[in-house]
Design a protein around this ligand. Structure first.
Ligand code: SAJ
Length: 420
């Protein structure tokens, strides 16, 4: 493959940083997205998502002429597909974005091109994408039929970067590359080696798909263990944070942190792809999902009991007990509210205790509409200390530096062990 231009389809949390990193290595990159607002912002050298240092990288790439965004696919030598793969209400993967991305690039494919699927996908999705492309372009040969002699090379190379550290992890994490044939893997690896400073490890497409799902399921199962421990410890009157600290002194024990539930677009989603494809064989992975999804309800239940307690001790009416929710993001030190258990808990509490909830989120300036509609004011930490029940939901670093006196009549529920 002679590499003149790379096209990145999907300019979100993964596609845009990837496009910008390639462009920073002086490769011509065309970014394609159906979101015109994103396309226009990028062409002005601006970003529509929050990720440290991404704005500078995109600005430089656009100004120097290496990155350009468009809403219609154009010819290129390599196509990277980084579109969402959500699940539906029955927890079945929705591949419709991969299908539309395939349909959008099919007309511009030419012999010698490489197509890489980066989106986290159920096992078999890369083969499915190859089938859609072959159907749209009967004049070209594809590796599933023509093997190593095919016109088009196809591989899966799952993204594995941590939000908040994307630019560093893109360069320094190992990449797992699974081609439909060995040659497909080699060609894809040579593309990623342009910027990856770690290893590009080669496997087949199905193993690469399963590898990504396994990584996030591993994390989910381990977080579920920590969440279940926190509920057991609450019942037994044991401090879970001290317990975990002590247990982790064992050389082969490394328990993760309990929290109010698991959020974001990845860890709470990907395990379902495995459960959906092998339901009978995955009771542990399914149960872990259920344990983590059940944690917000447990937190809400605890808050209800604390409200009753405060109302009794302070002689206040239940309806005048104030509750402060500390943190709304889906995890620490980011502003991302997507699939956030902290936000879901705050909104549910606002429904149960109308007019009694305030929230603190130091990473957000303007309250999102959803908070305004729920009549939850966004206030400063110091003001939130006046509330009767303090509910710590996100372990933002800034919270751990706060000093306050709880007094006799207030209650604290610290779901992340920040004040432990
Ligand atoms: N969480 C806990 N306790 C912990 C760790 C996390 O409750 O000890 C919660 C977080 O608060 C958050 C959720 O889990 O709500 C997920 O956060 P995370 O930091 O575990 O993961 P993500 O979703 O930000 O990114 C994950 C990463 N996967 C793994 O670490 C195996 C990342 O490398 C992937 O690229 C990303 O998913 C993805 O895109 O799939």
């Amino acid at each position: 493959m002679t590499l003149g231009t790379i096209a990145v389809i999907g300019l979100g949390y993964i596609g845009l940083p990837t496009a910008a990193v390639f462009a920073s290595r002086k490769i011509k990159v065309i970014g394609v997205d159906v979101n015109l607002h994103a396309v226009e912002a990028i062409n002005r050298g601006e970003v529509h998502i929050v990720e440290p240092d991404l704005d500078m990288l995109v600005h430089a790439a656009v100004t120097e002429g290496y990155l350009r965004a468009t809403s219609v696919a154009e010819p290129a030598d390599a196509f990277l597909i980084a579109v969402p793969t959500p699940f539906n209400e029955r927890h079945e993967p929705d591949l419709s974005f991969i299908k539309s991305a395939s349909n959008s690039i099919a007309p511009v494919l030419k012999p010698g091109d490489l197509v890489v699927l980066e989106s986290t996908s159920p096992v078999g999705a890369t083969e499915q994408m190859a089938a859609w492309l072959a159907e749209a372009r009967p004049d070209l040969t594809f590796p599933q039929d023509a093997g190593e002699a095919s016109d088009i090379r196809i591989a899966h190379c799952p993204e594995r970067v941590l939000p908040g550290h994307v630019l560093r992890e893109l360069v320094h994490n190992d990449r797992v590359i699974g081609g439909i044939t060995a040659r497909c893997s080699e060609v894809a690896a040579s593309l990623y080696k342009i910027f990856v400073e770690a290893e590009c490890v080669i496997t087949d497409a199905r193993t690469a798909e399963m590898c990504k799902l396994t990584e996030n399921s591993f994390r989910d199962v381990n977080i579920a263990f920590a969440n279940e421990l926190s509920i057991i410890c609450d019942k037994l009157g044991v401090n879970v944070w001290e317990l975990i600290r002590l247990a982790n002194r064992h050389p082969r024990v490394d328990i993760l942190k309990p929290g109010p539930g698991v959020g974001g677009h990845c860890v709470a989603v990907d395990p379902w792809f495995i459960v959906n494809q092998a339901p009978k064989q995955s009771p542990l992975i399914r149960t872990a999902r259920e344990v983590n999804d059940g944690k917000p309800a447990w937190v809400i239940d605890k808050v209800k009991r604390l409200v009753d307690e405060v109302s009794e001790i302070a002689g206040k009416k239940r309806g005048s007990v104030q509750i402060a929710c500390l943190g709304l993001a889906f995890k620490a030190d980011i502003d991302d509210l997507r699939e956030s258990p902290a936000l879901a808990i705050t909104l549910e509490l606002a429904r149960l205790f109308p007019g009694q909830i305030v929230a603190v989120e130091p990473n957000i300036d303007l309250p999102p509409n959803i908070l305004r509609e729920a009549e939850v004011p966004l206030i400063e930490f110091a003001d939130a200390m006046k509330a009767d029940v303090l509910l710590l939901l996100v372990d933002h670093k800034i919270f751990s530096k706060q000093v306050f006196d709880l007094g006799q009549e207030k209650r604290l529920l610290d779901t992340r062990g920040v004040f432990a």
